[in-house]
Design a protein around this ligand. Sequence first.
Ligand code: NZQ
Ligand code: ZN
Length: 386
Amino acid sequence: MKNFEYKNPTKIIFGKDTIPKLNAELPPNAKILMLYGGGSIKKNGIYDQVSQALAGFEVIEFGGIPPNPEYAILMKALEVIKKENITFLLAVGGGSVIDGTKFLSSAALFEGDEPWDILSKRIRTNKGMPFGTVLTLPATGTEMNSGAVITRAETKEKFSMGGPGLFPAFSILDPNVIKSIPKRQIANGIADAFTHVLEQYMTYPVGALLQDRISESIIQTLVEVAPKMLEEDFDYTTASNFMWACTMALNGLIQKGVPTDWAIHMMGHELTALYGIDHARTLAIIAESHYKYNLEDKKEKLAQYGERVWNITEGTLEEKAQKAIEKTTAFYQSLGIKTKLSEYTQDYKGTAETIANRFEERGWKGLGERQKVTPKDVVKIVEMAY
Ligand code: NZQ
Ligand code: ZN
């Protein structure tokens, strides 16, 4: 096991009817900017619940943060923060609203001239404006981690940011919010959380027995709840397991003491930036070819996952690893998610070179747990995903 340090300061308030608890978590005398997305919260009752919980506080609202939170829109929210002397941010939404809020938390205290530098120059945020979240869509894990991903339509770029200053002070997770989520987004959430575990697990063995078992159990939980989550009827117990599994998949715990990959996400983000494909779907497009291409480096963990998650007991290590990749693709497809780029766009030729060139321009020499997936390898992996 590798050395590690672990600190996660986010307070999680989990369960039925927990949104009213928001009131007690807010700093007294805070001037709050409440941020939300395209309006789903106004239709499903979450807006009303949050508004009631904010009684007694001075609150300004900023709605309209789109999926894949857009820099230009966030810059308008930043103006409001400065003009109104906001002291606390409250995100009510899914990954996009929460990530947008994290950017604002950082940008509000940023001393440079150009907040885009936080993303393009990968400036870490050690201190941000304090913020809390009411999660409306389990998927990304952003409610309990210190990362964010921001999009800039003008340049078709999608960049990550983060730092210890970007953990939410608190996150409220009421599984009942899941009732109104369209099945397409539920499928995305399952696929995203599933891939988050893979990115922190499918590397090479380092004798981290507990991390491996926790990762496998998060995956097994997602696989178990997936069919029920896609049924019409809402089941609270299933929803609560789904929600907590998504949070646990990316709150820092399972990555401690182990190598991590994240190359699928790096390539996937480019597909969203170029074609607007939902984040989770880009991961389903890349995963199979990434694992096939890097089979030699990942075969031990692939075979272990195949045995423990998918009960693949026959064959050599390589055969088990191959079967595990097939099972992974079949799982994405069981969610109704297509796994080839050509199933999303007809305009895919040249995508592999475009992505590799972008990585080269940014000076990204090697991705993955061994930093050995070069732009040349990226060309091959993305081509295999056509
Ligand atoms: O905008 P509204 O009207 O709220 O509708 C949203 C949006 O259209 C809707 N929705 C959310 N909660 C709902 C609901 N509809 C009905 N009922 C509810 N309770 O769902 C749509 C998608 O929302 P979005 O926030 O975009 O989805 P998600 O949570 O999947 O977030 C995706 C973003 O997170 C980033 C992705 O790149 C993408 O930009 N990620 C963030 C990570 C992180 N910070 O750790 C890690 C991830 O790997 C990921 O990259
Ligand atoms: Zn993701």
